[in-house]
Write a protein that binds this ligand. Sequence first.
Ligand code: C2E
Ligand code: MG
Ligand code: MG
Ligand code: MG
Length: 290
Amino acid sequence: QAKRAGRGVYRFYTESLTTAAQSRLALDTRLRRALENKEFVLWYQPLYRLADRCLIGLEALVRLNQPGLPPIGPAEFIPLLEETGQITTLGAWVTQEACRQGRAWLDEGLDFGRIAINLSPQEIRRGQTDERVREALERSGLPAERLELELTESGLMEQGERAEAFLHRLRALGVRLAIDDFGTGYSSLAYLKRFPVSKLKIDRSFVRDLPADANDAQLVQTMVSMGRNLGISVLAEGVETEAQFDYLRSLGCDAAQGYFFSPPRPADEARHWLRPLAAAQATPVQAEPP
Ligand code: C2E
Ligand code: MG
Ligand code: MG
Ligand code: MG
């Protein structure tokens, strides 16, 4: 009896492993093809200042929506691209496409504030990322201060000393730097003094149960006042309700993004959020000295 049950369990286990390996292979094949044929698209989610609900930026989030195939999100494919080292190929495309789109909007007289893109920790480790960003800016003609790069706190910690030098090289280009998923990195906070970052993005796990959860409320308050003391702006991710919005604004949190405002949308829909470019801004402003 026990033996039979044991064998059954074993067979189930190997079968599910095989299925997992097969679907991984299928995904890998699909991703390689999508990279080759440039079938990825960027969707955009708006970032708002809480004080006046003014649009301050757009976060570009990559999507794979191929005709006839089920759409897949980055949470599913980014880890695989990181494993196979292809994330740098995707990263290069994302950087160019975001810069191109930003420049195109400016040329239409539309103001989006800044465009933020996400960098993978692998893009810190492999060189050339800063060179690639410089090239994308130059080729597109997007002013550097219109671009923001998001790096996760855990990704930065993983890269140790290398991260600091990397961030300084990027900052020297005139782009802004933001720490993504802030609060989840189990790090010493000492790095905040050394890293040239302008924004902390509070991870949505701290926002979800606001304002009711007293622990989360305390943590978010601490992050907001820490940002204020360090002169770094603080944005809350994952704001879904008016109660969260009101609470964060009452704390003096600078900005927010989330489904309460809008989920990520394709570029032609994101267009409707943009304001006319003020005459003073129509010509590229000089980047502030790093
Ligand atoms: P992230 O950078 O922290 O992006 C925020 C994620 O939260 C996005 O998921 C967004 O759709 C989702 N989100 C926004 N507002 C809400 C909300 O109110 N509630 C909830 N539940 N979720 C919300 P998405 O687009 O699936 O992206 C997941 C992650 O994949 C991103 O997290 C980022 O780490 C990564 N990613 C996305 N695009 C890129 C990319 O171009 N390059 C790299 N390296 N990573 C990317
Ligand atoms: Mg992000
Ligand atoms: Mg995040
Ligand atoms: Mg995240």
